[in-house]
Write a protein that binds this ligand. Structure first.
Ligand SMILES: Cc1cc2nc3c(=O)[nH]c(=O)nc-3n(C[C@H](O)[C@H](O)[C@H](O)COP(=O)(O)OP(=O)(O)OC[C@H]3O[C@@H](n4cnc5c(N)ncnc54)[C@H](O)[C@@H]3O)c2cc1C
Length: 376
């Protein structure tokens, strides 16, 4: 029976619950397993599938078949995407051959969850990064059934989710696309934040974007749209204190800080990320809507990308350069020295997360000195 320090070590991938033959495993708020001892038959299927208990050795070398920076020629697609709009083009090509796509959307309460669909409108909802741990729900079980029926299925997610899906499903009809991962935000933190947004606006949320590009790719915004027609947008380089706390590692799940699904342990067909650092090599390529780095890790990944390549402006680039410019491909982020204190404060029911984020992330003279000393 699965039992270890879940807060520190569980990837929250849901594989254990999906393989349990007696449905004895449910989840807590952070998607960590909760085992019903009355139902458990001690078959140990959960332990055999767990990607933490069966973690691979650290492997740095990545075998890249090809590597590019790319930006979608369709600017509307790029506006809706976090980087260069590669995911959507791949998803569309899978639907065109009668396949299904699994990816992350917001549920009715604006919590991220994975769904599987062959509907292009649902794939549009998968566009854009939701930087919060996503609930895979029953996706693994459903994908297993579809690939067995002979359907092509594209699974998209962060590298630990790819590892979990591939551990559960070994079938050549499964194609996998990973996004580079900085680490994801704890679900309870996001829940608290959106509750406060609703409280402040006094109107229900109808849409959220964590990577709004109105003020450009680098100064991206966290945008809430409300039923009464109002909006609340905070920008990364101005008052985007929540986004800054995220990129500075204050909201990150403990598990992400020691993630082993990095470098050579990323086992997807393709790996997409932001094309950081390309301004030095291809200044003419840089614009306000952003571009993607594309690492192709298998022959199957190459065939898929070659089919859609005409939809992009592309530059061939050495994979080593992409990897060097994007540290999160090889290594998890380091723990912010203030994280424990920050989370202790957050645990108090009276704490307002908007106020607390501002306190930590506003570039006041005091904070600037603190950041310099601690190199936060
Ligand atoms: C938690 C997280 C952290 C990230 N950290 C980095 C980083 O440090 N450096 C970097 O270069 N890139 C990072 N990315 C990836 C980047 O933001 C883009 O998603 C990626 O470059 C693909 O962009 P795109 O324009 O092609 O497509 P987009 O349309 O932006 O990509 C959408 C894809 O992201 C997936 N996705 C969205 N939210 C989640 C989620 N919560 N969990 C799993 N999958 C999700 C969707 O299923 C879909 O496949 C991160 C993404 C996530 C989700």
């Amino acid at each position: 029976m699965i039992n270890f320090e879940f807060t520190e070590k569980c990837y929250a991938c849901s594989a254990c619950a999906q393989v349990c033959p007696v449905k004895a495993i449910s989840y807590d708020e952070e998607l960590h397993p909760v085992v019903d001892l009355q139902k458990c038959i001690k078959c140990d299927g959960c332990e055999r599938i767990c990607i933490e208990l069966n973690r691979p050795e650290k492997k740095n070398d990545m075998n890249c078949v090809a590597s590019y920076v790319a930006k979608n020629k369709d600017e509307e697609i790029r506006k809706m995407s976090s980087s260069g709009g590669v995911f959507f083009q791949i998803a569309e090509s899978i639907l065109e051959i009668g396949g299904y796509v699994s990816g992350c959307i917001y549920d009715d309460s604006f919590m991220p969850k994975h769904v599987i669909s062959n509907d292009i409108e649902v794939c549009k909802k998968m566009m854009g990064s939701k930087y919060v741990q996503s609930d895979l729900g029953k996706c693994i079980t459903n994908m297993k059934r579809l690939v067995k029926e002979g359907k092509i299925v594209l699974f998209t997610g962060v590298p630990c989710q790819i590892a979990a899906v591939k551990r559960c499903i070994q079938n050549s009809n499964l194609i996998t696309l990973a996004v580079v991962c900085h680490g994801s935000i704890e679900r309870r933190i996001w829940q608290k934040y959106i509750n406060e947004e609703i409280e402040m606006s006094k109107s229900p949320i109808i849409k959220v974007s964590m990577r709004d590009k109105t003020k450009g790719y680098l100064n991206y915004g966290l945008k809430f749209q409300f039923k009464d027609g109002t909006e609340h947008v905070t920008y990364r380089k101005q008052d985007g204190y929540f986004l800054k706390c995220f990129t500075d590692g204050l909201f990150e799940r403990q598990r992400c800080l020691n993630c082993v699904y990095k470098g050579g342990n990323i086992k997807s067909d393709l790996l997409l990320g932001d094309a950081w650092g390309i301004e030095k090599m291809f200044p003419e390529f840089v614009d306000e809507l952003g571009s993607s780095s594309v690492l192709i890790l298998t022959q199957q990944g190459k065939e898929i990308f070659d089919k859609i390549a005409k939809s992009f402006e592309i530059k061939k680039i050495d994979s080593e350069i992409i990897i060097r410019n994007n540290p999160r491909i090889m290594l998890p982020s380091t723990k912010n020295v203030s994280q424990d204190k920050f989370k202790r404060k957050l645990n108090k029911s009276t704490t307002n997360i908007h106020v607390l984020s501002e306190k930590y992330a506003k570039p006041t003279i005091l904070n600037r000195i603190k950041w310099k000393i601690t190199k936060e």
